[in-house]
Design a binder for this molecule. Structure first.
Ligand code: ADP
Ligand code: ZN
Length: 430
């Protein structure tokens, strides 16, 4: 199933030619119409005419999230004929947010990207999409909203939270697809279990588009089992239009990144040098079609690898592996490098554990993993709990090489998350 078969299956040589043409146009535009890039090109001695092949991309300077913040609010806006018609901001975890501007064509292009993704996952006009992401300044909900409307589905702008209302909408309007974060999907699965709702019998859900934060294969399986849906991994970031930058096809083995819209590089995060396909590093993206705010070589800090093999679905746009986290997510605990995703993978693979967890770092380097036990498996017997606790500790130690404290807590007792989950609390005195 294709939304735009011609472009999605464009032979690589033609795709690369299209990329080069669009890259050259973008570079010429920012050199003449963006104060920020004009200055940056002057500082680094870049001449737009030097971009003769795609390999010349590496002559261009990187753009970082610090650049976006420093030049907030209007610094990266391009002064073109078309004035921007929409502003989004990206979650400013520290200090100022990043301002992102969209022209009319940018909005249409981002909806077009999502439409491709959704049809690839099997969505159609007969579907009812319940959009459980946060509406407002974030790109997540609105970009998906426009894309699903483009496909012709009925879109319910539910927003996150209020699980009772979500359930009511699902029952009354016979929702077939949801767009949700992995943490809220897990929480919602718990909620249904407590209400005695069996999604396979009582609801008609079949598809879930899940992204906005990293999650593991084990979490995908948990959500698929609990909600009776097919989960498709959806990747995006506000700096690149929001969700739908890359998305899984029916093979569910990596996310196709729409290379007619974005140039894709993987670099070594330490040296900034490009890495060959297949090697894990930091994803760097360049917009190829953006009008209001083109961004060159944006350092996403997201860690992934390109899957070089062609995909059985016939799409020629290369796939990304599941994002394992951000380069700045890494925790250093007693000298060992630990990614929260490693911990999640272990927790989600142990049947007696529930779906919510929290990693707390305290003191000098003490790590406590708090995890809810599963309601269904909880029989209240102390020796069972002790066994589960030891098993969890051992499995974590084998994975991360550090022995954490494990605290089993009652189902439903950890803070529930509706948007992006906060999984790590770092109170260390380092
Ligand atoms: P949005 O508002 O669209 O969620 P943000 O810019 O706030 O965008 O967040 C984007 C970041 O979220 C990405 O850089 C990445 O770290 C994370 N993210 C988004 N989708 C996924 C995904 N499918 N898997 C892992 N991480 C993701
Ligand atoms: Zn595919």
């Amino acid at each position: 199933m294709f939304w735009d078969q011609e472009i999605e299956t464009l032979p690589r040589p033609e795709l690369e030619q299209l990329q080069l043409k669009r890259l050259q146009k973008t570079v010429r535009r920012v050199a003449s119409q963006s104060d920020y890039y004009r200055q940056k090109f002057a500082d680094t001695g870049v001449k737009p005419s030097a971009i003769k092949t795609l390999a010349d991309l590496r002559r261009l300077p990187f753009t970082t999230s610090a650049d976006l913040r420093t030049n907030y609010p209007y610094g990266l806006l391009v002064k073109g004929k078309e004035s921007p018609i929409r502003l989004h901001t990206s979650s400013g975890t520290t200090g100022k947010p990043k301002a992102l501007f969209f022209s009319r064509n940018d909005i249409d292009q981002s909806a077009e990207n999502i439409a491709r993704c959704l049809v690839m996952a099997g969505l159609g006009p007969q579907d009812v999409v319940q959009n459980m992401m946060t509406y407002g300044m974030f790109t997540g909900a609105l970009v998906m909203h426009y894309g699903a409307e483009k496909v012709g589905s009925l879109v319910i702008p539910a927003g996150p939270g209020n699980s009772e209302k979500q359930l009511l909408l699902m029952q009354d309007f016979r929702t077939t697809a949801i767009h949700v974060t992995p943490s809220y999907a897990l929480y919602f699965a718990d909620f249904l279990e407590k209400k005695g709702i069996d999604p396979r019998k009582d609801l008609v859900l079949r598809l879930a588009f899940i992204g906005a934060e990293p999650y593991t294969e084990e979490t995908r399986r948990k959500i698929e089992d609990a909600l009776g849906v097919q989960v498709f991994n959806c990747y995006g970031l506000s700096e690149m239009n929001g969700p739908g930058v890359a998305f899984e096809c029916a093979a569910k083995a990596g996310m196709h990144l729409w290379e007619d819209n974005f140039l894709l590089e993987i670099i070594d995060p330490q040296t900034g040098e490009p890495l060959p396909d297949g090697q894990t590093g930091e994803l760097v993206l360049t917009t190829l079609c953006r009008e209001a705010m083109p961004i060159l070589r944006y350092r996403t800090r997201d860690i992934t690898a390109i899957i070089p093999e062609p995909c059985p679905c016939g799409r020629t746009h290369r796939r990304l592996q599941r994002i394992t986290g951000r380069s700045d997510d890494m925790l250093i605990i007693r000298g060992a490098n630990v990614y929260p995703q490693q911990i999640e993978r272990v927790l989600m693979s142990i049947p007696g554990l529930g779906r919510n967890y929290l990693i707390v770092l305290e003191g000098l380097d003490e790590m406590t993993v708090k995890v809810e036990v599963s309601d269904a498996n909880f029989d209240g017997q102390v020796e069972h709990l002790v066994r589960l606790q030891n098993q969890t500790m051992e499995k974590l130690r084998a994975e991360i090489m550090v022995r954490p404290k494990v605290e089993l807590v009652m189902p439903g007792s950890l803070p529930a998350s509706e948007g992006k989950a906060k999984r790590v609390i770092d109170k260390r005195v380092l």
